[in-house]
Design a binder for this molecule. Structure first.
Ligand code: ADP
Ligand code: MG
Length: 288
């Protein structure tokens, strides 16, 4: 079901679109908050199904925090609520001290909070570099080109050049610059994941939400992707990671939040989580 849930985001590259002003504006945000993301008492039902039922947690700046829980626990829905794909029935999401509940996905992205999206079908017929150039430019190119005076056009050209430079730097960082001219549709599963992350990074975020970024990724690329995540974290980026592989979570996250039936069952360090009876119960029905 999680595939269908996330489907709303796939094929919607504009959701990660950030306008040109926002590319520089993210450096103005209030970085004094120790916990940039605060989720408070979120609720979301679909018909009779309660997907998120009072989820409350916060994520520490610069951390790699894991969000785990059995299938159907509400992890993807929580991501969708945080990033504006869905409006919550109640509760709030605060980012860098600002209430962002109910904002549109691009407004959330403009504030520096992004999630990765699978490369949409139409984008598979474009090259890796073209995908990168589309990511953050979004509607800016269109709306500005149509309406602005020539003087401002010069600024847009400058921004395009700057964007191209950053696109190359980001491709180099992820070691996929050698496939810049390759069609996105021809990439391996792992390379596509790297591109998805590169696209998200190009929007100049403070925080990234990763929903099962290692699905379909071979072990050596998984290792590389993890190294990149750690490197970015050391640079100050904050990560919230949904991942099924418990070993991966326990070996890489400093803090783990366990979601069960749409609410936080418990949270703590990997060591604390591993020895938590309730977690064992939730995952394995107590058969331990
Ligand atoms: P997880 O990502 O933890 O596996 P989800 O957030 O995808 O869980 O799903 C939580 C619950 O909400 C599941 O029971 C799922 O079937 C339901 N759900 C999620 N999205 C929708 C939707 N768009 N319509 C109906 N039910 C949904
Ligand atoms: Mg899911």
């Amino acid at each position: 079901m999680s595939e269908a849930t996330e489907g709303g985001g796939q094929g919607a590259p504009d959701d990660v679109a950030v306008d040109a002003d926002a590319l520089s504006a993210t450096s103005d945000v209030d970085l004094s908050q120790e916990y940039p993301l605060q989720v408070d008492d979120l609720h979301k039902s679909f018909g009779g199904i309660t997907a998120v039922d009072g989820a409350t947690f916060q994520v520490e700046r610069g951390s790699l925090t894991g969000l785990i829980g059995p299938n159907g626990a509400g992890k993807s829905t929580t991501f969708n609520l945080i990033t504006g794909m869905y409006d919550p029935d109640s509760g709030s999401v605060t980012f860098n001290g600002e209430d962002i509940t109910g904002l549109e996905p691009h407004e959330v992205a403009n504030r520096g909070l992004v999630r990765t999206f699978q490369i949409a079908r139409e984008l598979k017929e474009m090259t890796v570099l073209e995908n990168m150039m589309l990511a953050p430019k979004g509607q800016v190119g269109e709306s500005l080109w149509r309406s602005v005076t020539p003087g401002v056009r010069g600024r847009v050209v400058e921004q395009e050049e700057e964007l191209l430079e950053r696109a190359w730097e980001t491709l180099e960082f992820f070691e996929i610059d050698h496939i810049a001219e390759e069609y996105a549709g021809n990439l391996s599963g792992g390379q596509r994941k790297l591109l998805e992350m590169a696209r998200a990074l190009l929007t100049d975020p403070d925080m990234l939400l990763l929903d099962e970024p290692f699905a379909g990724v071979n072990p050596s690329l998984e290792k590389r992707l993890l190294e990149h995540i750690h490197e970015l974290r050391e640079q100050g980026y904050t990560f919230l990671l949904v991942e099924h592989d418990m070993d991966l979570i326990m070996n890489n996250c400093e803090h783990v939040i366990v979601l069960h039936q749409g609410r936080v069952l418990t949270e703590g360090t990997p060591a604390e989580i591993k020895s938590d009876e309730e977690v064992i119960e939730a995952y394995l029905g107590g058969n331990v």
